[in-house]
Design a binder for this molecule. Structure first.
Ligand SMILES: Cc1cc2nc3c(=O)[nH]c(=O)nc-3n(C[C@H](O)[C@H](O)[C@H](O)COP(=O)(O)OP(=O)(O)OC[C@H]3O[C@@H](n4cnc5c(N)ncnc54)[C@H](O)[C@@H]3O)c2cc1C
Length: 446
């Protein structure tokens, strides 16, 4: 989190920075060009302004200033019997996963950005990722939080309890709040048993309705062993192959849609493999899939996941497109895609649909690229009109216009079109109660 002091001028800016420096030391007060990496998003589309970035070392220093939490990166405790891990908010997600694995347990939150995103960011955006189907979002994985609230006090809610009905759930207010209610400095998260085996398959299919039937079949056959179910259209994989030529789809022919399916099995490799083979044979018998490849080694499985995980980067390399991170009830996804694709083609003939996502959670990254030959920048000028079609459709299908990534500044106004006045009023009341001076991430969410 960066302190946007320029946008919210402090009457004593210099004195303020000097006071920050007194708390964290000169090397942890970053100004000028050194701030560049904190100010621009990874796609290079948005750049903020800040007078300084301050990097506190502990919760007490956080309570004194505003900041980057990179130095709050300690794993405080792993309790394998309680199946919990307590970590500071600046820990990288991968660091949390590794600490759990070192204790023989699993922290199942998994995203393509796990090598760079932080636990605090994951909780603040209620991140989802590739295993929500089995383990839930970041919200479901958190038991307790430590938070610095707007008046500088520290709330120690680091409880590692699975049952606690003692009033309002304050923890859930801060999760998904995108830093607008307080600064998460540490969290207690749930751990799980490491699966004995993980198996992966890639299926080629005609269209989303077949993917939904395959999902129903896999759930029926595998129940809790089904941990991943990702849909990818062919255009997504073509972009991956174009920009990352070392990655290739394992099929001889091209197909309209693909599903990456993962099972995590508590018994053994052999048991997992036979379960996966049974799903694949039934899917082929029922005519749900055109082709299937079952990974026969860890490296083949990793190569399949790499296809999925490189889609965002391949899109970024291809150019800018209009992104939507939407959720609709799983049962309605195929109809949503069908109807919305048609409306977009009607309004913007030739536009290219780069859709992929966590089908098992009803979550699609429903992205629209310029027609071939049209300049990205020209197409981006249509963004408001494209968003209106897509988000009105999402609303019509009972969905959400932000499934995983939050509202930020970009969707702050738009959400008013889709949430009732009552809901917006309740959100505003909570914000006013916890942050009456609007100090916490001003301009985001509300
Ligand atoms: C390649 C790629 C793939 C991704 N895949 C997924 C995916 O599958 N699922 C998914 O959900 N997301 C995904 N994301 C988005 C992103 O990585 C996640 O949302 C991640 O959880 C954000 O963590 P971060 O540390 O990068 O947070 P940031 O981007 O730094 O911050 C996100 C928001 O949270 C606030 N914040 C950060 N830390 C704190 C804190 N300690 N206390 C209070 N507020 C805080 C920030 O101010 C900001 O508003 C992906 C991103 C990339 C680049």
């Amino acid at each position: 989190m960066n302190a946007d002091i320029t946008a919210h001028p402090h009457p004593k800016n210099d004195a303020f920075l000097a006071a920050c420096e007194a708390v964290v030391g000169a090397t942890n007060l970053i100004t000028g060009d050194d701030m560049a990496r904190y100010l621009t998003d990874w796609r290079g589309r948005f750049t903020g302004h800040a007078r300084a970035v301050v990097r506190p070392a502990d919760t007490a220093q956080v309570a004194a200033i505003v900041l980057s939490l990179a130095r709050l990166n300690r794993i405080r405790e792993v309790d394998p019997v309680n199946d919990t891990l307590t970590a500071e908010a600046g820990c990288l997600l991968q660091q949390v996963q590794d600490a759990a694995a070192a204790a023989g347990r699993l922290f199942p939150l998994s995203l393509a950005s796990e090598g760079s995103c932080t636990l605090g960011g994951n909780l603040s955006t209620n991140a989802g990722g590739t295993a929500v189907l089995r383990y839930g979002n970041a919200r479901e994985l958190a038991l307790g939080l430590e938070v610095v609230i707007a008046d500088g006090r520290i709330w120690n809610g680091l409880r590692s309890l699975r049952k606690d009905n003692t009033g309002y759930d304050l923890r859930d207010l801060f999760i998904g709040a995108e830093g607008t209610l307080g600064i998460i400095t540490a969290a207690v998260v749930k751990l799980f048993a490491q699966p004995a085996a993980r198996v992966t398959a890639l299926f080629a299919l005609d269209a989303p309705p077949q993917a939904l039937s395959l999902l129903a079949l896999a759930k029926q056959r595998c129940d809790a062993a089904l941990t991943g179910f990702e849909l990818m259209s062919d255009i997504c994989l073509q972009l991956v192959e174009k920009h990352f030529p070392q990655l290739r789809t394992p099929f001889n022919a091209r197909h309209p849609q693909y599903v990456l399916l993962e099972l995590s099995d508590a018994e053994s490799d052999a048991h997992a493999a036979s379960l996966l083979e049974a799903v694949a044979s039934s899917a082929i018998e029922q005519g749900l899939v055109r082709d299937a490849v079952l990974a026969s080694s860890l490296s083949q499985s990793a190569a399949m996941w790499a296809l999925r995980e490189h889609i965002s980067m391949a899109q970024a390399a291809e150019g800018k497109n209009i992104k939507h991170d939407i959720a609709v009830p799983i049962s309605r996804i195929a109809d949503f895609i069908d109807e919305t694709d048609a409306l977009l083609q009607q309004a913007f003939p030739g536009c290219r649909m780069v859709s992929f996502g966590h089908l098992g959670d009803g979550n699609l990254h429903y992205n629209v690229s310029a027609p071939l030959g049209q300049d990205d920048q020209v197409f981006l000028q249509q963004q408001a009109a494209v968003n209106l079609i897509v988000h009105d459709q999402v609303h019509k299908f009972g969905g959400s216009i932000s499934a995983e990534h939050g509202l930020g500044a970009l969707k702050r106004e738009e959400i008013r079109r889709y949430k009732s006045g009552t809901e917006m009023d309740m959100m505003m009341s909570i914000k006013r109660a916890l942050d009456p001076l609007n100090l916490m991430n001003p301009g985001k969410v509300l």
